[in-house]
Every structure is written in C-alpha cells, then in structure tokens.
Design a protein around this ligand. Structure first.
Ligand code: SAH
Ligand code: AVI
Length: 344
C-alpha cells in the first residue's frame, strides 16, 4: 500500500488542510494489476461478453458520471439529495457518528449534507472517502478539507471486493453507500458485498444505504438514454480505457450505446453493441476478440429494487433496520441499518 498526504498543496491555509488529509492507495501493486487483467480477460472472452462496472470510472469516466447526475432525465441523484436534505439531521441524531465512511464516494457532493448534519450534532471528527477512482478521490478530499476546517480526511483508494477490511476504524462510524451503487452488483455479488460490509462493522457502527426503486420502464430507460448523449459517452469511454490500459484496438465509433430495462432481472443493463463484425486485438492479454454484427459487451447492470425484497437481503446479511425515508414521488429509498448488536 502506498500512503501519503495530498501533494501539490502550498503553504498558508492550504498547507493546514494538507496536514488533515491522508490518502492510502491500495491499487498500485502488481498483484492488483494482474487481478484486473485476469478479470478483463475472462469477461471479454466469455459469452455473453461482460466487464465489471469499475472499468467505467477512470478520470474521464468519473467526470462523465458527474455530468450524468446533472442531466434532466437522470432522477436518482436529485431524489436522493431531496431525501438527504430533509433527513440528514435524523441520521445524525440516530447515529451520533464520529466518522463518516463513504463507499464509492465519487465527488462526495451529497455527502456534504451528512457532514453538515453530523457537525451540527457535535459528533463529527473525520471522513473517509473510499473509491476505485484515485483522481476523483484526491480532488474531493482536498475540497472537503478546505471547506470543513476541523475535519480529518483519511481517504482510501481501493476496490469494494478486495479492500473493505482495511477501512480505518475511528470510533463510532457511519458507513454510507449512496447513489444506488448497490444496484450495480448482481445478486450473488451483492450478497457477498453486503456480508463484507456487515463483517467490517463494529457493534456501534451504522450503515446508510441509498437505493433506486422499481418504477415505469419509460422513466428508467430515459434516465440511461439522456438526450444530450452523456450516458452514451460514459459507456463508450470504457473502450478508451481498454485501449489505454490493455493495449486494445477498439474503435469506439464502431460501437453503439444501448441501455434497456430487463424486467426479468429488474435491472437496467448497459451494453456496447458492435455496429458491424470486427476483430479486436488486445495486446497485453495476448488475445483477440471477435464481435459479430450486433453482438454486445455488457458494461453495467443497475438494479431497481422492491422494498420488501431488499429488506430481506439486508436482514439475511445481518442488518437490522432503524429508519427509512423516501422522496415525495417514492422514486428512491434511503435506509439506515445497525448491526443488530446492542451498542451502549
Ligand atoms: N456515491 C456517489 C458516486 C456514485 S458513482 C453518488 O452517489 O453520486 C459509483 C462510484 O463507485 C464511482 O465513484 C466509482 O468510482 C465507484 N466504484 C465503482 N466500482 C467500484 C469498486 N469496485 N470499488 C470501489 N469503488 C468503486
Ligand atoms: C453509480 N451507479 C449507481 C449509476 C447507476 O445509475 O447505476 C451509474 C450509472 N450508469 C449509467 N448512468 C449512471
């Protein structure tokens, strides 16, 4: 693991923020790169072809996701912000957390509502953003330390599936997984992920989960096919990541963005569909991948939940629900969980 402060921060007030920001990076070692290569190789060569959604979040992909959240069709961010604006105070009162840990933190914008509420409650000491996207995490850590003058920021650059166990333990914590990110896991992976979150928690910790709910197909499909084409650019950017990181020869203009609701699984699936038959060389995998015309590569699923079914999943993973809130339209669901073990 590489651990260092935020570099490039000058003297004066910014120098003072530097002493409160610490970022640990778990994604540099060779073992991580090998694992990522193996995963990509298996996914690209299997049928149907599929990649882990983490390939979407290089620096450009992370910025494009932020742009998606501002599109009129993409409702989840606005609905979750609406709930947090009304309910962050309740979360702070119920948890009295000293440390907020955000899993898949991205730009950590809505997070500020939680930080404000915990600060007003008088319990907040620090924040841990945890994300696979290093550039985004470093930028948001710096901004938060600047805007919250007494906040300790201890960031962790890591992978949900590998590095939950290294999350710092600083007193009573609130772990937050916002934005509907749980929906990007398929059922088996989701159960493992929830189990790992639960296992990483002490008896005094809490878990705050933001989940997107099932609704009309037209609303769901519009959210992943915005008119400005930002989601399409986000999806196609994966090919640039593969070209750069794996020495692949994808030509993005030869693929089309597809996002459609799969009612059987209750998820939106995001695909790249080959416009014509083609063979793509992937140098670092010493392999070539052939696509027939119309053949797809799945880049993400985004599950839309039924409240009762999701409650059963969380209960099976060992969580006990303390509170839940929805927005005015009932589109999005924020739930607060404990480990079910007695605290004080
Ligand atoms: N929580 C934010 C961002 C959601 S986007 C919001 O609500 O707006 C999903 C985030 O999860 C991205 O920042 C992405 O980089 C991160 N992510 C995706 N896969 C990950 C993985 N396997 N491990 C860690 N972070 C991951
Ligand atoms: C991060 N995640 C919850 C987003 C979603 O809606 O599943 C990612 C995304 N993909 C396309 N648009 C947004």
């Amino acid at each position: 693991v590489e651990a260092r402060g935020i570099e490039g921060v000058g003297a004066g007030a910014l120098g003072q923020t530097a002493s409160r920001v610490w970022v640990e990076v778990y994604l540099r070692p060779l073992a991580w790169r090998c694992l990522r290569y193996r995963e990509a190789k298996a996914g690209l060569l299997q049928s149907p072809r599929e990649l882990s959604p983490k390939w979407l979040y290089d620096e450009r992909g992370s910025r494009l996701f932020e742009e998606i959240t501002r599109q009129p069709e993409y409702y989840p961010t606005r609905r979750e912000r609406e709930i947090l604006s009304a309910r962050a105070g309740d979360v702070a009162r119920l948890t009295r957390a000293r440390w907020l840990v955000e899993l898949g933190s991205g730009a950590s914008k809505k997070t500020r509502l939680l930080l404000d509420a915990l600060r007003d409650e008088g319990t907040l000491e620090g924040f841990t953003p945890f994300d696979v996207s290093e550039e985004m995490l470093r930028g948001s850590s710096k901004r938060l330390a600047w805007d919250y003058p007494s906040l300790q920021v201890h960031g962790v650059v890591g992978d949900f599936e590998q590095h939950l166990s290294v999350l710092p333990r600083h007193g009573r914590r609130l772990l937050a997984l916002l934005g509907g990110t749980l929906g990007n896991f398929k059922p088996g992976e989701r159960a493992r992920f929830l189990g790992a979150i639960r296992a990483s928690m002490g008896p005094e910790d809490f878990f705050l989960l933001g989940s997107d709910l099932l609704k009309e197909t037209s609303t769901l499909e519009a959210a992943y096919n915005d008119a400005a084409g930002v989601t399409a650019a986000f999806n196609l950017n994966v090919l640039e990541v593969l070209n750069r990181e794996l020495g692949a020869g994808f030509v993005p203009s030869q693929f089309q963005h597809v996002a459609r609701f799969d009612a059987e699984h209750g998820w939106i699936e995001m695909l790249l569909r080959a416009k014509r038959a083609q063979r793509v060389r992937i140098s670092s995998l010493q392999a070539s991948v052939s696509f027939a015309e119309g053949e797809t590569l799945r880049t993400e699923v985004s599950t839309k939940f039924d409240r009762d079914a999701l409650t059963r999943e969380l209960t099976q993973a060992g969580f006990a629900r303390l509170a839940d809130w929805t927005d005015d339209r009932g589109d999005f669901w924020l739930t607060l969980w404990s480990t079910g073990r007695a605290t004080d």
